[in-house]
Design a protein around this ligand. Sequence first.
Ligand code: IVH
Length: 670
Amino acid sequence: MSPSIQKEIETLRREILDHDYRYYVLAQPTISDEMYDKLMVRLIELEHQHPEFITPDSPTQRVGGQLMKEFPSVMHAVPMLSLSNTYSEDEVRDFDRRIQKSLGNEQYRYVCELKFDGIAISLRYENGSFVQGATRGDGTQGDDITHNLKTIRSIPLRLRQVNKAPHTLEVRGEVYMKRNDFQRMNEERQLADEKTFVNPRNSAAGTLKLQDPKVVAQRPLNFISYFLHTEDISLISHHENLRLLRELGFPTSQHTKLYNSIDGVIEYWKEWERRRDELLYDIDGVVVKLDSLHQQKRLGAVAKSPRWAVAFKFASRQAETQLNVIRLQVGRLGTMTPVADLEPVFLGGSTVSHATLHNEDYIRELDIRSGDIVVVEKGGDVIPKVSAVVKKKRPHGTKPFKFPNECPECRSRLFRLEGEASYYCENSDCPAQVKGRIEHFASRGAMDIEGLGEAIVDQFVHLGFLKNCADLYDLHTQQSVLLSLEGWGEKSVQNLLDAINESKKRPFGRVLYALGVRHIGANIAQLLVDNFPTIEQLIAASENDLQSVQGVGPRIAKSVIRFFIDKHNQRMVHRLKKAGVQMRSTKKHVRSSQQFSGKNFVLTGTLTSMTREEAKQKIESLGGKVVSSVSKNTNFVIVGAEAGSKREKAQTLGILLLDEQKFLTMLQSE
Ligand code: IVH
């Protein structure tokens, strides 16, 4: 036994807990991610050497537990009630009148909170440690999902200020996913041909049901608390409970407010109905709670809802409408996306007449049929989705949807690859694909050809001017034909040709992305170009070469190989190159390094072994960036002799300082 090791372990845990609190609760981190990682690495190292000191509430123990076929059931110590819903000022005033009546002449206050659109969970703490977490289930009994909940970094495994904390306590709140995280996750899943989720809420719910905590740990889940129960200390009011929750280390909402009258509550509701899109996560209303716990107790509950609280919901962004027909949309890669043509319906500020149906499995799972009455949903993002079928309203004579076996555009046979969700049209000359590829090529993030939008691409493909992207650079030879087209004049033709010419300046990374290779988004394209700076090198790269790039897996590598093996693609690339499109990286060859790549460096003071300019070149040659001032985005500050204020600033921000010797060691290790 080594008391000093044990001490160090405990100190590290306390520090990490404190940084988690600063990050997740206060939203004011005081150290860089690197510093945080260093603490964690040290703790892992010590625990590895001394497994006898590992405790279940150590921050290293977030991902663990065995795979389970089924979650065990747990009884809730206090039933998890739900809220009754109100939708209008009148209904909320009725609620207020009932409260007033029950309390006689007593004073009372309301706490207003946001109604988070996530999954309600309950957490149990004993002796300051998280011991069990469960879903709501039927309110009395839920699923024990402790191992999944432990992976959520905003759920503390240990309470802060344990001496202040009650011996046992029950904390409730919502697990949710931020809209941007949800979107990013779905994009990645789509690229990997995995099933996408309908909205952040479903995505959080689906994740909590997974049997493997390792997978859960990779999903961007968050927690926010709004309820505390304990019998160990006497609690007075809900708003003080929220404060206590925060002190104990739980994230709480910044937008909670106290009101003396129902008028204030109504203003709060109006304000958040207006401002809901400013939030990073979805809310579907506000929650109004009587503040005094004593008064709450006197009012009690009816059936499964308390009398002292109510949900005041926003007008829905869901609507029911008829699905007239399911048709297929052909993407640039030949992917068939089923789309619902809807009876137009007003929803979330605009009229919706189409919605995505994702893929065949999604349609089958929900059994969506032409003629059905469906629920259309508009989330924080703009593309509406069909999220459910109203089976009770299904008209007679509808038939289950059968995926067509031919492409609606070119009549070619459709196929579906083993393990993939989508059908493809195998004819790469299919006009819908040709149009899609050229539109993508010309789009803003790719070659950015101004004025070459969908309508013009459609027209030119239809007229036979464009068969692939390389044809764009031959358009100038047809100037007189273009001029004879209806709607085109000298100026518009010239502008378009200029824009096409201008696009030859786009850097190679953008060109590669523009080519539209399956699974190659803008970031991966840049990564490939950084490692294979000329098109010849990229074409010559083997699957192994490609996979040696960090971030490039077998799926991407195969896709690159498949693209460049194709004779048509080879010819197109050759023509693009001949036309003057950039096919080599103008950046000096950058070897990406784990330590340097993508990192921001600041140099301060005088170095003895090299000039600043030399240091800068070395950092840049390894993929790092040198910036002039220290900010929270700085990763390393290299401190030479007589360093000044930058050093101090870095210290206050908790950024890693490197002296010259350490910097040289880092360079040598490359
Ligand atoms: S309090 C007894 N507060 O709404 C009151 N619930 O139908 C228990 N919810 O299951 C809930 N935000 O999933 C409360 N600020 C909030 C909430 C909230 C969202 C959800 C929760 C609950 C449902 C109530």
